[in-house]
Ligand binder design. Structure first.
Ligand code: NAP
Length: 326
């Protein structure tokens, strides 16, 4: 059943932009934010290194990765599961390692050992260090493992032991909902990565975390739901399809037509300024889009009335049933 769009809420008009986003980024964007209580600070926009696997030209990949750092972004997020991503980060920017906070993910994909075991995480850290050509990883996530794995505790212990050994700086969990709650309650877990967007707000009940852990946001653009004329139903689009359904149900275009010219910008500002959020990961193959994201975040939070209307619309539509989408 589709959700009905509620009666229009009349909102005052306000300046949504202090300046056009086509200008070069505001130096303010370059200021880093504390990463929770961890001894790290990160730029409010981070680079998600998941989407560039489709680029075959190594020169283009090298230019992209170096361009990310040249823009002043100091956070790069990758994973064992992102194809050639870790290998390429090692190849193209290991020589600039002191310029960025490196985040990756483990728990699966190590030859000869079962996924989601102590040994798999331990060897996964070793493997990632070698592939990324670095002596240390700053943020090491368990990559969306289920609750029963977290309940055993061995994978968290493997991360804690890697921190103790100086191979990892922060033991982290990436995921949502009950799994996220379990991870946040574990004293060994120093930060999390979770989905937060206009159409995905369930995890906000757990952010900011009670113990002050750092928070990285993924999927902030709701799978670009506003840009799709039809629901994506391909196998790869499992999350994008759900976001499309929610987007149709929420009717934000009718509620807030003044945002319609730039939903990406509004999405980024919504996610980046939630209390406790340190950085929003943008997965792009385009330095222009990355720079646009930095410019948007430099504009600051959305006006309170807009922010409140978006939050209320989510609550009204979700009725407690829309979980965080992994
Ligand atoms: N832990 C997990 O399970 C998990 C899951 C998903 C993502 N992540 C992390 O989060 C990162 C981001 O991934 P995501 O799925 O959340 O993707 P995203 O950044 O929300 O969206 C990426 C898509 O948006 C487009 N895009 C990016 N910036 C844009 C802009 N300013 N304006 C318009 N379009 C823009 C990109 O196209 P162009 O390439 O053309 O710019 C790409 O198609 C990943 O790289 C990864 O690091 C983690």
């Amino acid at each position: 059943m589709g959700w009905r769009v509620q009666a229009e809420i009349r909102l005052p008009s306000w300046p949504l932009r202090a300046k056009p986003s086509t200008q070069s980024q505001n130096p303010e964007t370059m200021q880093t934010k504390p990463f929770g209580t961890a001894p790290l600070s990160v730029t409010p926009v981070g680079f998600g290194a998941m989407h560039f696997d489709g680029i075959d030209d190594e020169n283009a990949v090298g230019a992209l990765l170096n361009g990310v750092l040249d823009l002043g972004i100091n956070l790069i997020d990758t994973a064992r599961g992102y194809g050639r991503s870790e290998e390429r980060i090692g190849r193209h920017i290991a020589h600039r390692r002191s310029e960025f906070v490196l985040s990756t993910k483990f728990g699966y994909g190590v030859d000869g050992v079962a996924d989601w075991t102590y040994e798999c995480v331990k060897l996964g850290v070793e493997r990632a260090l070698k592939t990324l050509r670095t002596d240390w990883i700053d943020i090491g996530h368990l990559h969306s493992c289920p609750l029963h794995v977290l309940a055993r505790g061995e994978v968290q212990q493997a991360l804690a032991d890697a921190v103790q050994a100086g191979k990892l700086r922060v033991a982290a969990y990436s995921g949502e909902n009950a799994e996220l709650a379990h991870a946040l309650a574990d004293a060994r877990i120093g930060s999390v990565q979770c989905s937060i967007s206009l159409a995905d707000q369930a995890n906000l009940s757990q952010v900011p975390p009670g113990r002050g852990q750092g928070v990285l946001v993924k999927r902030a653009l709701s799978g670009l739901a506003w840009a799709r004329a039809e629901r994506p139903n391909e196998d790869w689009a499992y999350c994008e399809g759900q976001y499309w359904d929610r987007w149709q149900a929420m009717g934000l275009a009718e509620l807030l037509p003044e945002l319609a010219s730039d939903w990406a910008g509004a999405s980024l500002r919504f996610a980046a300024f939630r209390p406790g959020v340190s950085s929003v990961l943008i997965g792009t193959k385009s330095l222009n889009n990355l720079k646009a994201a930095m410019d948007e975040v430099a504009l600051g939070p959305l006006p309170d009335a807009v922010d409140g209307a978006i939050s209320q619309r989510f609550l009204d539509c979700a009725q407690g049933n829309w979980q965080g989408i992994v």
